[in-house]
Design a protein around this ligand. Structure first.
Ligand code: NDP
Length: 462
């Protein structure tokens, strides 16, 4: 055997390089192609073409993930599910990068790495660590509302076909007139939310670690296509100014009684990718990828994600990740000022000018559709004030929706409060006793009886 055996050398060299950096969060995922169809007219709210015209259909790609565990981990592990969707429209891609919980843990984006580290591996032991998990959460109690959702049975879904997805953030819809409406998006599973108990999830982690991946694949192969109904909650800028909750605080929902769900369309997943790596691993989603008619709000976590997601994709897939098949828009893209770089695909704009303003080739720019709030100065001042007010300080107001979840949602479902206390207790008991008191205090602020029941179960080991 000689170095001139180039097939061997190439084969071994390629094998050494077939891994790419995995996502630091949301590494473990399933995904499929699908179709989004408009079922209800919201053209008065948005000029986005894929949302206009009942019956309008667009090709989509969905990727549903677990947040904490590394790629290949057991799919039944308790966690928030990431739920991303790429809609390939004639105006470019629209990405939705949502989660399975209606609220998120934090509202100050600088805490994002801390939050995720506390859910991952201890720097010394390299094991998941319940002590640092509870140490983080009890000292950052704005995380409690999101935590309660994950620690309810919704944290252990039966399959990815049985989870809802929520934008969590407030977004803006922009109409052709320029009028802006604040919205939250909800994709509700048409299969119904279904969960498994903590004990069953633990069993499945060992017995069937790829269960959710296979479930989605096999359902689609069998023609049993899962679907979700898209709803929005809609709020005018004037309503936002007087609303009880800061609409840029994603630890809060908009109660349904205040802002009912309005149906928009239906997503159906109907085709498995022919190749997982090419389609799902190389897919890159970002909340900054919006078509005209959909825009980000001033929510600081959303603003930070608009930087972090494309930055992560550049690190993981290279600067030309948008040219990869899964990410390439179906609409024509002419961006000759972005060219060259590692992994350039295609003709790289040939000899077209690579600088702005040229007599050799005329380029017209579309107006930036960024959803400037009409009505102008006064509302912009309000937005600025709301964002400046933003702080990590946690007040009694932060427990109100946690209490509503405990009393009105779990409390009305037979046995769900007991299940919740059992789930928290089992997790907390595995943490160092020094963090217990802070956790009991935190849950007591939601409901005194909840705090008492938790203390009893943890300390007595019942
Ligand atoms: P509602 O009674 O109108 O809504 C409660 C919602 O909770 C339901 O519509 C359902 O939403 C969701 N839900 C039901 N069972 C569970 C469960 N076991 N675990 C998690 N979620 C469940 O009340 P409000 O709108 O006033 O909200 C009250 C609380 O409900 C909130 O504080 C929040 O914690 C929770 N919630 C609210 C949502 C919202 O956007 N308003 C969305 C989801 C939860 P779905 O059909 O979306 O699952």
């Amino acid at each position: 055997m000689l170095l001139q055996d180039t097939q061997l050398i190439e084969t071994l060299a390629h094998f050494n390089r077939e891994r790419i950096p995995e996502r630091v969060v949301h590494a473990n995922a399933v995904g499929a192609w699908g179709e989004f169809e408009v079922t209800h007219d919201i053209s008065h709210l948005t000029c986005a073409s894929f949302l206009n015209g009942i019956g309008t259909k667009s090709k989509t790609l969905a990727r549903i993930s677990q947040t904490g565990i590394e790629r290949g981990g057991p799919s039944n592990l308790r966690d928030v599910r990431g739920w991303s969707l790429k809609v390939y429209t004639e105006e470019g891609n629209q990405d939705f990068v949502f989660n399975s919980t209606p609220v998120f843990f934090i509202r100050d984006p600088i805490k994002f790495p801390s939050l995720n580290r506390s859910h991952k591996r201890h720097p010394a032991t390299n094991c998941a660590d319940h002590t640092m998990f509870w140490d983080f959460h009890s000292h950052n109690p704005e995380t409690l509302h999101g935590l309660m959702h994950v620690l309810s049975d919704r944290g252990t879904p039966k399959s990815v076909r049985h989870v809802n997805a929520y934008s969590q953030h407030t977004y803006k819809l922009v109409a052709a007139s320029g009028d802006v409406t604040y919205v939250k998006f909800h994709f509700k599973t048409d299969q119904g939310v279904q969960t498994v108990s903590a004990a069953e999830a633990a069993r499945l982690c060992g017995a069937d670690p790829d269960g959710h991946t296979r479930d989605l694949y096999e359902a689609i192969e069998a023609g049993d296509f899962p679907s979700w109904t898209l709803y929005i909650q809609a709020m005018t800028p004037a309503q936002a100014e007087t609303y009880r909750w800061n609409i840029f605080d994603l630890t809060k929902v908009w109660p349904h009684a205040d802002f009912p769900l309005l149906p928009v369309g239906k997503l159906t997943l109907n085709r498995n990718p022919a190749n997982y790596f090419a389609t799902i691993e190389q897919a890159a989603f970002s909340p900054s990828t919006n078509v005209p008619g959909i825009a980000a709000s001033a929510d600081p976590v959303l603003q930070a994600r608009m930087f972090a997601y494309p930055d992560a994709a550049r690190y993981r897939l290279g600067v030309n990740y948008q040219q990869l098949p899964a990410n390439r828009p179906v609409s024509r893209v002419y961006a000759p000022y972005q060219r060259d770089g590692m992994g350039t695909i295609g003709d790289n704009y040939g000899g077209d000018p690579n600088y702005v303003r040229s007599a050799l080739r005329e380029v017209r720019f579309l107006p930036k559709a960024e959803g400037v709030v009409v009505g102008g100065g006064k509302h912009e001042e309000w937005v600025r004030g709301k964002v400046e007010d933003y702080s990590s300080e946690v007040t009694d107001e932060d427990y109100v929706q946690c209490t509503a979840f405990w009393r009105d949602v779990l409390g009305r479902q037979e046995g769900q409060q007991e299940v919740f206390v059992g789930n928290v207790a089992a997790h907390l008991r595995a943490a160092d006793e020094r963090v217990w008191e802070g956790v009991f205090d935190m849950f007591s602020k939601v409901d005194v009886e909840l705090g008492r029941a938790l203390r009893e179960m943890v300390t007595k080991g019942e």
